[in-house]
Design a protein around this ligand. Structure first.
Ligand code: HEM
Length: 467
């Protein structure tokens, strides 16, 4: 069988298959520390598409910018859906493969097939009120982010007006979790307890499996509640847009929202904070809302929260890069690698005021992120408030020594130690564009209930621990 080379030549690949190439493991210590070097080595060795071993299972990793677009823009040629995976159908993927739990909760991000289109349409409809800046829900959301950010910053301040804090654990991670609880319409602070299970799932520790079960059960209860008594929240909007969804399906979609919001938005906030603190003085000096968005675009391009996308599968034998991908082979598009492809990197002018939006950090083609505006608005409001409430924020470690955590899908800061000085006079809350007076009281849960919640006890523990 013949395949096209990226340079216009061709290689005869008769008889080869992904399995017989005996690919090297991707997720090594090297990858954890310096993924860029691993991507470059693979690119040198194989060109824009490389065979890799993902925790014992072979897959293709797409490193080229052009090849990534080719896959992402052709949903018919490269569909999602585990039912398209040949090795899985043939029983060649071990049942204890560590990535099953992430891929088998069959929600919109993973799914292919005829159920996908109506589900995507419903997601677009249900997200719209939160993403249209003129809509009262979008205004409420912005007010909520500011109110939650204030709660968290005030809690940090209980450790002293100046001090050291871990802004990842004490701000970037909990803030989106509180936002997710708001979007899901959890009554009061009831969501706090359940949502801490999301961290256990994301951290993939020994209690992750039990946490996932509890979380799905809680989300199924929430789904039932919203079916009986709809509110102004995402689950109710999704049900209205897709009345055929079963409660179990709805719970899985809510799980997806929770994961994306709490993990990826948290990573984006931390990375943007680092960019603002360690970037040029001008970035910090002109932290107008527009400038936060521009910093965030640079950050999301240089450090995509999703470094590798969940798999797609070749619908038929198809040449890609220097290889022919067999029908049913899994293909992982890697924006982390594609952004370093000279074809892309050489055309990103670092000196320009406005950075390119042609990057892949929000995906591309029909399956790109439907919540880009929501995620950016939440992160921008959170970061904006942070820099209003602190007079000084400095990294407590050199930027190149900050600790990272990686999974096959994401890469984010493990912690973000900073030295801070709170503003002596807290700035007023920007309620001017809030939907109504008294919005904070309406949005924030009863303070006594908040303090009893496990999230709050955890956060308070971080202060007492003097971190
Ligand atoms: C910084 C935060 C976020 C980033 C960087 C991000 C990025 C992405 C990317 C790259 C994809 C495409 C993946 C692929 O092609 O396989 C995607 C899909 C998706 N994202 Fe986001 N996302 C973020 C936040 C969110 C949030 C907060 C939500 C929900 C409220 C969300 C909902 C979705 C959904 C539903 C899809 C699947 C779309 C489909 O398959 O049609 N994302 N996201």
């Amino acid at each position: 069988m013949e395949s096209q080379r990226g340079d216009g030549g061709s290689v005869d690949l008769d008889g080869t298959s992904l399995e017989t190439l005996a690919p090297e493991p991707l997720l090594t210590r090297d990858y954890e520390v310096r993924p860029a070097l691993v991507y470059e080595r693979l690119r040198q060795q194989h060109g824009p598409v490389a065979p890799v071993d993902l925790l014992g299972v072979p897959a293709w990793l797409v490193l080229g910018y052009r090849e990534s677009l080719q896959v992402l823009q052709d949903d018919e040629g490269w569909p999602k859906g585990l039912e398209n995976w040949r090795a899985r159908t043939e029983g060649r993927v071990p049942s204890d493969w560590p990535l099953w739990p992430s891929l088998e909760v069959n929600h919109i991000l993973i799914q292919g097939g005829p159920g996908y289109r109506p589900l995507r349409t419903a997601w677009d409809v249900a997200l719209k009120p939160f993403q249209d800046p003129r809509h009262p829900q979008a205004k409420r959301l912005k007010a909520a982010v500011t109110a939650y950010a204030d709660e968290l910053i005030t809690l940090v301040g209980q450790g002293g007006a100046t001090g050291v804090a871990d802004l990842s654990a004490q701000f970037s991670r909990p803030l989106p979790l509180m936002v997710a609880s708001h979007l899901l319409g959890f009554p009061g602070s009831q969501g706090d307890d359940a949502l801490m299970d999301m961290w256990r799932v994301l951290d993939a520790g020994p209690d992750a499996e039990a946490a996932l079960e509890r979380l799905l059960a809680t989300l199924a209860e929430l789904a039932a509640l919203k079916l009986e008594k709809p509110g102004d929240d995402f689950p109710s909007y999704l049900l209205a847009a897709h009345p055929d969804l079963s409660l179990d399906q709805l719970a899985r979609e809510l799980f997806m929202l929770l994961g994306m919001t709490s993990d990826h938005v948290g990573i984006l906030i931390s990375n943007t904070v680092v960019e603002v603190i360690s970037g040029e003085g001008s970035v910090r000096a002109s932290l107008s809302a527009g400038m936060v968005r521009e910093s965030m675009n640079r950050v999301v391009m240089r450090k995509p929260p999703l470094v590798n996308f969940v798999p797609r599968f070749a619908a038929r034998d198809t040449p890609l890069g220097n290889y022919t991908i067999r029908a049913g082979d899994p293909v992982w598009v890697s924006p982390g690698a594609a952004h370093a492809d000279p074809l892309f990197a050489d055309h990103v002018a670092s000196g320009t005021t406005i950075s390119t939006r042609a990057h892949l950090s929000w995906g591309a083609g029909p399956r790109q992120c439907p919540a880009r505006e929501l995620a950016s608005a939440v992160a921008a409001a959170g970061v904006g408030r942070l820099f209003e409430r602190f007079d000084h924020l400095d990294l407590a470690l050199p930027a190149d020594q900050l600790p990272w955590r990686s999974s096959p899908f994401m890469r984010g800061l493990r912690s973000l130690p900073v030295r801070y000085e709170l503003a002596s006079v807290p700035p007023p809350r920007p309620w001017a564009d809030a939907p109504a007076p008294g919005v904070a009281e309406e949005i924030l849960p009863d303070p006594a209930a908040r303090q009893r919640s496990s999230l709050w006890r955890y956060l308070t523990g971080l202060i007492r621990g003097g971190r």
